[in-house]
Design a protein around this ligand. Structure first.
Ligand code: PSU
Ligand code: MN
Length: 304
């Protein structure tokens, strides 16, 4: 049934069949999260980092209506160049992109869905979507959170960005039974900075300990994902007061321009990059590399 829609890259399929570690990667971060050509360079480097750490990368997107688990470098280049012209595709969008046979860049939510279809358990990205600031008025809550509630994939990220309401995001995850693990930290990282004002649910210090939790959770049939929050390396973090101010400014501009819904996150990311003159982009790239390494290490432990 699924084969009618799903194309698993032969290298990825062989790895999965042999019980070897595989790490999923999303494509909205390529099309909507970073400018060209840094997006493509980053995506290819991330794949190499995963290989260097003993796992096989599977970058995920929808191309001409086919669900692609594992893209070729040419496909990544194509998607990165197309950028914002590619449709940002979350759970609700998948059937339309497939039926129309067009291209879709997968968010955390839809990447989790496709990863789960293929049997991939570990996924690396930069940041997850969450409960937006002002959500008590707008109801803007990323579908990523609901996917984490339902789909059995661990998402390694650098915590939640303060374009979101971090406290409400944690409350939502708690309600949905999604554990938030801090990798070598007691504090939830805030993407560009190693710390936020919030704690994590559990601190674990090694990939092995994290893999043990995943095994226990899914072996018992406790459905849903896990957030593994991995702080940006010290040398690359940004100044917290500076980034907080930039984000407040970007949020005010978003309101002024009446931007809402699925356009919010890409707008805020682009504004922050513009206002920090690229230092946020550099930090973003470095934290993704760091997450790719940890995700590969967790995937290696998970298959043991
Ligand atoms: N946060 C980032 N970079 C990103 C995204 C979030 O720091 O590129 C992307 C991810 O693909 C995430 C999506 O799944 O934005 C969330 O969008 P929304 O809030 O519209 O669900
Ligand atoms: Mn939203």
């Amino acid at each position: 049934m699924l084969e009618q829609y799903l194309d698993i890259n032969p290298e990825v399929a062989a790895a999965l069949a042999a019980g070897k570690p595989v790490v999923a990667l999303e494509s909205t971060i390529i099309s909507h999260g970073m400018p060209y050509p840094q997006n493509v360079e980053t995506a290819l480097r991330v794949e190499q980092i995963i290989r260097d750490n003993g796992a096989i990368p599977a970058t995920i997107a929808i191309l001409k209506g086919r669900l692609k688990v594992g893209m070729t470098p040419d496909e990544i280049e194509y998607l990165g160049k197309a950028g914002l012209d590619v449709i940002k595709t979350s759970r609700r969008d998948i059937p339309f992109i497939v039926a129309k046979q067009v291209d879709g860049a997968t968010t955390v939510a839809s990447t989790m869905i496709l990863a789960a279809m293929a049997g991939i358990k570990v996924f690396a990205t930069g940041g997850i979507g969450g409960v937006h600031r002002g959500a008590e008025q707008t109801f803007d809550i990323s579908a990523d959170l609901q996917e984490l509630a339902n789909t059995n994939v661990a998402v390694v990220c650098a915590g939640a960005k303060s374009i979101l309401d971090i406290g409400l995001t944690l409350e939502y995850l708690e309600t949905q039974g999604v554990p938030v693990i801090g990798h070598q930290t007691d504090t939830l990282p805030a993407f560009y900075t190693r710390e936020s004002d919030f704690g994590v649910d559990y601190r674990l210090d090694t990939p092995e300990q994290i893999a043990d939790v995943l095994k226990a959770k899914w072996a018992m049939g406790l459905k849903g994902g896990v957030v593994v929050a991995n702080p940006i390396p010290e040398a690359h973090q940004l100044d917290r007061a500076m980034i907080d101010e930039v984000i407040l400014d970007a949020l005010a501009q978003m309101d002024d321009q009446g931007i809402s819904g699925k356009a919010s996150t890409p707008f805020l990311l682009a504004k922050v990059a513009e206002k920090t003159k690229g230092s946020s982009l550099k930090a973003n790239i470095e934290l993704v590399f760091n997450n790719a390494k940890l995700a590969a290490e967790i995937a290696v432990e998970y298959v043991k």
